[in-house]
Structure formats: structure tokens, C-alpha cells
Design a protein around this ligand. Sequence first.
Ligand code: 173
Length: 489
Amino acid sequence: MPSKSAVVTVDEIRKHASADSLWLVVDNKVWDMTEFAPEHPGGTSILLRYAGKDATKPYNEIHAPSLISETLSPSKLKGTLDQSSVDPEWTKPPPEETKQLQLGKKPPLHTLLNAFDFERVGSETINPKAWAYFSSAATDLITLDANRNAYNRIWFRPRVFRNVRKCDTRTKILGCESSLPLMISPAAMAKVVHPDGEKVLARAAASQGIIQAISTNASYSVTDIVPSAPAGHPFVFQLYVNKDRAKTESLLRIVESLGVKAIFVTVDAHVIGKREADERIKADDSLSPPMSGTKNTDDKKGGGLARTTGAFIDESFEWEDLAWLRRVTKLPLVVKGIQGAADAKMAMRWGVDGIVVSNHGGRSLDTTPASVLVLLELQKNCPEVFDKMEVFVDGGIRRGTDILKALCLGARAVGMGRTFLYALNYGQEGVEHFVDIMRDELETSMRLLGITDLSQCHPGLLNTGDVDHLIPSLEEEHPYAKWRPKAVL
Ligand code: 173
């Protein structure tokens, strides 16, 4: 064994290039860092990168020369580098850490602390076509960004000196218990992120006590997804109405027979938005859409997954068709995709059970308003809708503070879509970890705001002054509008 007076050869040093035995050379001294590595304030991975090598340059860029000998006990000094043993191969710096993580090489789950971390890892490790499909949004991404940014322009008005030892995040969504005011928004094709796709989301939702909205375009059939969770766990079903209405009717029979609790009929993506990042990448065979009855055509417009698979959606579906939908299902109906007060009032008049204020995550019509601003529009123009229907909101939510703001503006619960897909990249454990993060962020925010129960949320806990001037006052229909409802309600 080399001792501190020993001269240590490169061949010996090379043998200690792992976490089990980790030696580094700094200023010609050979140090055993094995025990110290887990405590290194800059992390273990940088030490591992230089394990068995000369780390003088990166060490000196950051640390004072004396630090190492002050920090490590003298017993960790293995000796002095034998200069005569140095070979060109050994002096080569370790390969540059590539910006792009290798596909499939994900950092440990516990190192991910927030929704943005899941997004970043997703961007580096999810199959590029799948990433393009999920992350993309319509044209110039104005609404995508606005959804997010609007939350940052709304401020809290915290109350202090309150007993916030206990905090309860539970709520009821359409009569179903939910441990959080957070739903998994419906998304197509989850299988392109994880082989078990929506089935994994279902298991995680059940173990976390939250509700998953299953998409008409899910990669697995609803008959496979629902039984993935323990019997009785509530689900809702997102419906795209088929041009062939008989197909929708039989689908609804199946959905009802599975005990699904509500139908979220989507009205903002009957025509698929122009999502250029998705169009630019051609789907390879491994990613041909998993939904039955669809085929992946790369036409001259590009390879956008939803556009090439969404041709079945009925663009002629209109308000009056809600009467048909009411006839063919007795389940509670929620209209998903409301983008203004006038349509929120229409939905209320049609007597639906709820609405989702949504612009499809910025994926449909670009430059539609940020969804949280639409909540504000509803508060200003038709606050009665919050009493008559359950109002949900999605788009741009990344933080517990965002959830809390949406709830203060009257939302019963929020939906998150993309981040759940990015969490699915880590399987069930990833999704559960992500829900834990959101729960923790929400609880912390509630307590710091001075509330302990979601029923204590109200608009007075917010200052919306930065955005109030953006909110329109609406008459029912603009006098110039040619469209009039066929049926007067
Ligand atoms: O947002 C979407 O991608 C979407 O809703 C959709 C629509 C049709 C087919 C697949 C996905």
C-alpha cells in the first residue's frame, strides 16, 4: 500500500476510479476521496468524473490550494504522483459532459425537485418525436408562454399570525374525493413515454388519491386503464366526439360500464392547431400512434401526431349537440376548453355540471388568453358560474403557488398534462414523486398565505392589479357578431 511518503504510479491511481475507491490527484498529491465524496458540497458526480485522474485544473478553478489538506485527514494522502509513470492517455481530460444527456440516462429521481426538473430531464431523455409531440404548442407559442407567465403576474396578499400547524389539501371533484385539487389532464399516446403509458398514470393516481382524466386518444383502451387502479378509484373520461356518432355512443356505453364518474367533452381541439415542432419531426415506426383505428400518415404538411391521427373528430359538434350528449349519457358533463365569459355563460345555461377553462395547453389557437386570466374574466363578468358549476382550469401550472392562485380565483381544481407525461418518464415512482412535490409545494404555500383548508381560498388573497387591465368586460355577443345560438336557452 502506498503511504504519504510514497510515490504512486498512474497505473495504481487508475485502479481507484469508482465510488467504492475514489482517488484523485491534485497538485501532484494523490488523495483518497472515497469517504469524503458523498459529503462533497459540489456533489459526488464531479469527483467521479475525475476519479483515477488528475483533477488539479478543475480543483484550482474553484478551491483555495490549502482547502484539500485542511479538509481531509492526513491518512487520506496516499503519496506523490510518480511523474515518470504519466502517459498521454492519463492526462487527457475526462470526456466533456455532453449538454444532451444520453437517451435513457436519467438523473436519480430524488434529485428532481420541481416540475421544471422533470421537464428538463424529459427534454434530454424522452424520444425526440415523443418530446416534440408533448412539448409542442401552436405556432408562435404565445399562449403556451402566456399561460405560464400570467401566474407570475398575480401576487399573493398573505395573512400572518395564524395557526397553520395543520393543513388540509383535500377536496371533492364532481362528488369524488381527491387528496389534492389537482387532476391528471387527459393526454394522448402516453405509451410513447412509457411502455405501460396511461396504465402507470392510473396506478400512480390511485396510490396518490387523485383523479386521472383518460383521453379518447389514450394509447390503451379505457377498458385496460381503469382496471389498472384498485376497484372504485374514480376516473373521468375526456371525449372527442366522433364524426360517426354511433361510435361515440358505443364508446360511452363502455365508459359508463367501467364506472367512470364524468365526461369531459373537449371543445377547443375539434380542429388540430398548427404545432410546428411536432410537424417538423417525422414519426418513426416505433412511434406510430398506438390508438386503434388511426394510422400515421406523414403528409406534405409534416408529421404532427395529433393532426395526422385526429381526423375522426367531429368539427361540426356545436352547443345544440349537448342535447344529444345528454341523451346518450347520464354521467355528469363537463365542457373542456372554455376561453371566455360568454361561453362560460352558455355552458351554464346548458346546465352542464362543470367547465374546464382551457386553451388546450396553448396547443390549439395561438394568442388566446392565458387560462388564469380567463378565470379572472369569469370573476369579473359572470361570478355566478362558480356557484352553478364546478370550474376547473389547466394550462401553465407548474407550482403549488399556481394551484393556489387558481383556487383563489374560484377553480375547484386544476389539471396538469405535460408534466405528468414527463414524470411518467420515471414510471409510477416518478409520477408519485411528482405528486408529492406538488402536494408539498401547495401545503407550504397555503400555510404561508395563512390558510389551512381549501375552502378558505378567495379572490381577496390575491392582488391581480398587474393584469386587471387585460380583462375584457363582455356583452353577451358582440353587436357585429353574425353567430347567434340556434336554440334560445
Ligand atoms: O393535444 C392533442 O394532441 C390532442 O388533443 C389530440 C387530438 C387528436 C389526436 C391526438 C391528440
